[in-house]
Design a protein around this ligand. Structure first.
Ligand code: SAM
Ligand code: SF4
Ligand code: SF4
Length: 317
C-alpha cells in the first residue's frame, strides 16, 4: 500500500445507510475465522465474506463512532468471522457503545467485558459439537470457560444453535455445562438459507415443534440457567411462527437492527438481515426474532432491546 492509499482509506467516509435510528446493530469486524462450522450463515455464497476485505483499526473506530452518532446506536454486537482475531480493536470499539456485546467461538479465550455480555458458542456435548465446530473445539472452549475469572464483571453465557443434526443433545448439553462458571445458556434455532440442502433444517416447521417442547421443558427444569422466555419459545410453534417472521421477513422485528458486514474493499455493507442475504424467513429459528415479538406484542414494551447487560432481565419471564 502506498502512503496515499493508506491516507485515502483512513480518511474515507463511512458507508451511507440512510438516516434511520438503529438502537441495535452488529458488526463483523473480520471475515476471517479459524473454524469452519457446518451451520455458519456468514460464509454462505450470497454474503459479503471475502477474507481479503479488511478495514484498518483507525478507520473502523472512526466509522463505528460516526455510525453510532448518526443512527443512535446503543447496543453493538461484535461478530465476525471470529471477532477475537482482532481482540485489541474489539476491546477499544466496545468502549464506544452503551451496551457492547461479543459473540465468540472462545478458542482464543474469553474476553473480559465488564458490564457487557460475552456469548460463547457451543453446539452440544462434545460428540455433537465437534462434528459441527471442529475436532478438539469442545475441550478448548471448556478449558477457556473454566479459566475465566467470574468476578471480572463480564456476563458470560453459552449459546447452542439447535439444528436437525444436534437437537438430540440438548438435555445432555445442559446437564454437562450447568455447573460451569457461566451466567446462563441461550438456546436458538437454525436459520436456513433459501433451498437449504445441508440437512441442518427440519424438513418442515412442524418437525421442529418437538424440539421447542423440549426447550420449554429444560427451561422449566432450570428456570434461571436457561436464558429463554417460555412465551417467546411458544411463538416459534409451526402454527404461529410465520406471524412473527413472514415468508420474507415482513413481520420480523429484527429488521430494525443494522447489520454491518465487511464488504467490497473493506467498506461496511448491510445485508438483508443479521443472518445475511438469501435467508429463508419462513423457517427462521432465531430466538431473538420471537423474543422481540414476545416483548413487543405480548407485553407491550415498545422499545425492548434484545440484548441487555443484565442477565436476570435477559432471562426474565
Ligand atoms: C456467525 S457466529 C460469529 C461469532 C463467532 N465466530 C462464533 O462462532 O460465536 C455468531 C453466532 O451465530 C451462530 N450461527 C451460525 N450460523 C447460524 C445459523 N445458520 N443459524 C443460527 N445461528 C447460526 C453461531 O453458532 C454463533 O453463535
Ligand atoms: S466460528 Fe463463528 S464465524 Fe467461524 S465458522 Fe463458526 S459460526 Fe462461523
Ligand atoms: S431470516 Fe429471520 S431474522 Fe432474518 S429477516 Fe428473516 S425472520 Fe428476520
Amino acid at each position: 500500500m502506498t502512503a496515499k492509499s493508506i491516507m485515502d482509506s483512513v480518511l474515507r467516509d463511512p458507508t451511507d445507510f440512510g438516516d434511520g435510528d438503529y438502537p441495535t446493530a452488529l458488526v463483523n469486524v473480520t471475515n476471517v475465522c479459524n473454524l469452519q462450522c457446518s451451520h455458519c450463515f456468514v460464509f454462505r455464497s450470497d454474503n459479503p465474506n471475502d477474507a481479503h476485505d479488511k478495514m484498518n483499526d483507525e478507520t473502523m473506530l472512526r466509522h463505528l463512532e460516526a455510525l453510532r452518532d448518526k443512527h443512535n446506536i446503543k447496543s453493538m454486537l461484535f461478530m465476525g468471522g471470529e471477532p477475537m482475531i482482532r481482540k485489541d480493536l474489539v476491546m477499544k470499539a466496545a468502549e464506544l457503545f452503551e451496551m457492547p456485546a461479543i459473540v465468540t467461538n472462545a478458542t482464543y479465550g474469553i474476553p473480559k467485558l465488564p458490564g457487557g455480555l460475552v456469548t460463547v458458542s457451543l453446539d452440544g456435548p462434545e460428540e455433537l459439537n465437534d462434528p459441527i465446530r471442529g475436532t478438539g473445539v469442545f475441550k478448548k472452549v471448556k478449558a477457556a470457560v473454566q479459566a475465566r475469572d467470574r468476578s471480572d464483571g463480564t456476563t458470560v453465557i453459552l449459546q447452542m444453535v439447535l439444528t436437525a443434526q444436534n437437537d438430540q443433545g440438548l438435555e445432555d448439553f445442559v446437564e454437562e455445562v450447568k455447573d460451569w462458571p457461566i451466567d446462563g445458556i441461550a438456546l436458538t434455532f437454525y436459520v436456513p438459507c433459501i433451498d437449504d440442502d445441508t440437512g441442518l433444517a427440519w424438513e418442515n416447521l412442524a418437525d421442529r415443534d418437538q424440539v421447542i417442547d423440549r426447550a420449554i421443558a429444560i427451561k422449566q427444569k432450570y428456570p434461571t440457567l436457561i436464558k429463554a422466555n417460555i412465551g417467546a419459545l411458544e411463538l416459534m410453534y409451526s402454527d404461529r411462527s410465520l406471524n412473527y417472521t413472514g415468508e420474507k421477513g415482513e413481520h420480523c422485528l429484527m429488521l430494525a437492527t443494522l447489520p454491518l458486514y465487511m464488504g467490497d474493499g473493506g467498506n461496511f455493507e448491510r445485508t438483508f438481515c443479521c443472518y445475511g442475504n438469501d435467508v429463508d424467513c419462513s423457517r427462521c429459528g432465531a430466538y431473538s426474532v420471537f423474543n422481540t415479538s414476545f416483548h413487543r406484542l405480548v407485553k407491550g414494551e415498545d422499545d425492548y432491546h434484545h440484548r441487555t447487560r443484565h442477565v436476570p432481565e435477559y432471562g426474565k419471564e
